[in-house]
Design a protein around this ligand. Structure first.
Ligand SMILES: NC(=O)c1ccc[n+]([C@@H]2O[C@H](COP(=O)([O-])OP(=O)(O)OC[C@H]3O[C@@H](n4cnc5c(N)ncnc54)[C@H](O)[C@@H]3O)[C@@H](O)[C@H]2O)c1
Length: 258
């Protein structure tokens, strides 16, 4: 079904992006790994017989040049997954420098939009394309992440706006909102004491963190013909964190039934 398709994953050198690269490659896609860390992108690309490209998603000149190079060297891009992103320290607003706020918004929100626009240009001309944006549960609930959470809410809104805009041109645009997923970014935040791993797991209905491969599989589904009627959706993949957190007002999740 998806044999021989050309797919692009931004942020594909690490974590959730790398898991998406591996999953798409396993289902027969030729995958272009786009990342600002070219050495890591090359390592992941070598693993799956793909190609690596350097780009900073916050820089539209970079991304436009990268999109043109991939079309020229690999062929027509059918699938774009936007996973490039950075997280933030959970500090109070007055302790969050505006330069940090700008960095998060620039990569997570602006970078997602820039990549959608750059790669959709040729998709629109061909009247066919599939985009999956990696948002977050942080975009769906209030959190002490005053740059990251609004930026991820914007990714969900961007997904909905572009799905309506480009649906008539044959392009599907969906989002996946991961819960706490054990990637290098989250591991580093845990090691620095910025996230409490037992609290993250305890507040999910399945009482564990998400494995990056579990995100990759849902992204591959959304990118496949099996999801041909889905556009504008935001799919949480969070081990049930969203449904469980409000139970804290009732003393928290109960012990297992039975
Ligand atoms: N790990 C989680 O718990 C979690 C939860 C929800 C959402 N997410 C989202 O998933 C995505 C991937 O996160 P991850 O945890 O795998 O992080 P990660 O740090 O392991 O991987 C992110 C990748 O993006 C690349 N990148 C960062 N800025 C870039 C830029 N400006 N241009 C190009 N590449 C850039 C990095 O070099 C890295 O390879 C992010 O959008 C993140 O917000 C992660």
């Amino acid at each position: 079904m998806s044999k021989g398709r050309i797919s692009v994953v931004t942020g594909g050198a690490s974590g959730i992006g790398a898991a998406c690269v591996r999953e798409l490659a396993a289902s027969g896609n030729l995958v272009a790994v786009v990342d600002r860390d070219i050495a890591k992108a090359q390592a992941v690309a070598a693993e799956i017989g793909g190609k690596a490209y350097a780009a900073d998603v916050g820089n539209e000149t970079d991304v436009e040049a990268c999109a043109a190079a991939i079309e020229r060297e690999c062929g027509p891009v059918e699938v774009l997954v936007n996973s490039a992103g950075i997280i933030q320290v959970p500090v109070r607003p007055h302790d969050l420098p505006m330069s940090s706020w700008d960095d998060v918004v620039r990569v997570d929100q602006r970078g997602t939009y820039v990549a959608c626009v750059a790669f959709a240009r040729q998709m629109i001309a061909r009247k066919h394309g599939i985009i999956v944006n990696i948002a977050s549960i942080a975009g769906m609930r209030s959190m002490p992440l005053h740059a990251y959470a609004p930026a991820k809410a914007a990714v969900i809104a961007i997904t909905e706006c572009l799905a309506a805009e480009w649906g008539p041109s044959g392009i599907r645009v969906n989002a996946v909102s991961p819960g706490y997923t054990l990637t290098p970014a989250l591991k580093n935040a845990i090691d620095r004491g910025e996230r409490d791993v037992s609290a993250l797991a305890a507040n999910a209905a399945l009482r564990r963190l998400v494995d990056p491969a579990e995100i990759g599989r849902v992204v591959a589904f959304l990118a496949s013909d099996a999801a041909s009627a889905m556009t504008g959706a935001n799919v949480p993949v969070d081990c049930g964190w969203l449904v469980a957190t409000s139970w804290n007002s009732y003393g928290g999740l109960r012990e297992a039934n039975g």
